[in-house]
Design a protein around this ligand. Structure first.
Ligand code: AMP
Ligand code: ZN
Ligand code: FE
Ligand code: FE
Length: 273
């Protein structure tokens, strides 16, 4: 079977639905040779995923997805082949996790002030790791019958501009890239197609990226072609992955977006920090 790698996968260590080992088992059952576990703002799932990788015969690449902000746009920064115990990565991540926690409490309070009978214990039921995100609150809202779906929770309450939205502390893209480099990893710009405005892309591309995520469920055919050109022009590794979070999202199935072995190897060679 040809080698394929899904380089963008979330687990219960952040806001995914499957545990790190369940994700790896699922990858094995789908014949996926390698996955990168790229949880938001944490490396807590890495050890479990590595062990499961050995058990199931799946290569597990240690990754992360950091949320940064540039000129009021969310820019997600993926890290690959990171060494989680290097430098100050873990202590910086703890700070991010604490600020996420505080923000989630504020969002629950906002929901309460809107008359929604949601308490923190109901959100906590969905929390298995140390990173809380809006998807956890959305699942709790579904649970108490206040909305029909996670999507609806975002549309009515949780997305930017909606009444329970609270902004999260965000790193600058430079800080996020530096954190990844300090932990010996390669930095990749996540799903640039999510940027509301591609005019910032040129400025962002001046930073020290090793790759750019080209293949992603939020990118249409035209965006993919466009990003392939950009990757070529800037000598960036063109990566891709499904951004799998669980069964909830139709186009984000595990393995729906994959790359070949040479992409993984080139990315690894770019980790020279
Ligand atoms: P947070 O990190 O708390 O700001 O939440 C961001 C996460 O929420 C993203 O990584 C997605 O997993 C998820 N998300 C963002 N927007 C939506 C949406 N409209 N529908 C469902 N999930 C979403
Ligand atoms: Zn997520
Ligand atoms: Fe993202
Ligand atoms: Fe993601």
């Amino acid at each position: 079977m040809t080698f394929t790698a899904d380089l963008h996968v979330h687990s219960t260590a952040s806001d995914g639905e499957l545990s790190p080992s369940e994700v790896v088992a699922k990858a094995a059952s789908l014949g996926i040779a390698a996955i990168a576990l790229t949880d938001h703002d944490t490396v807590d799932g890495q050890q479990e995923a590595q062990l499961a990788g050995i058990q199931y015969g799946v290569q597990v690449i240690a990754g992360i997805e950091l949320s940064a902000e540039y000129k009021q746009n969310e820019v997600h920064v993926l890290g690959y082949f990171i060494q989680p115990n290097q430098g100050s990565l873990k202590s910086k991540l703890e700070q991010l996790q604490q600020s996420r926690h505080k923000r989630a409490l504020e969002m629950v309070q906002k929901l309460q002030s809107l008359g929604i009978n949601l308490n923190w214990n109901q959100v906590k039921k969905y929390l298995q790791g140390s990173v809380v995100g809006r998807p956890h609150i959305a699942r709790a809202l579904v649970d108490i019958g206040s909305v029909r779906s996670v999507q609806e929770a975002f549309e009515l309450y949780l997305k930017k501009g909606r009444p329970a939205y609270v902004p999260r502390y965000k790193l600058s893209p430079q800080e996020a890239i530096a954190m990844i480099h300090h932990s010996k990893g390669a930095a990749v710009m996540a799903h640039p197609g999510q940027l509301p405005d591609l005019s910032y892309l040129d400025e962002l591309l001046q930073l020290d990226w090793q790759g750019i995520e080209v293949f992603h469920p939020d990118h249409n055919h035209e965006t993919i072609l466009n990003l392939q050109q950009i990757a070529k022009k800037h000598n960036l590794v063109a990566t891709g992955g499904s951004d799998y979070h669980g069964s909830g999202r139709k186009y984000h199935n595990l393995g729906a977006y994959k790359v070949s072995k040479d992409v993984v190897e080139t990315l690894k060679m770019r980790c020279q920090f």
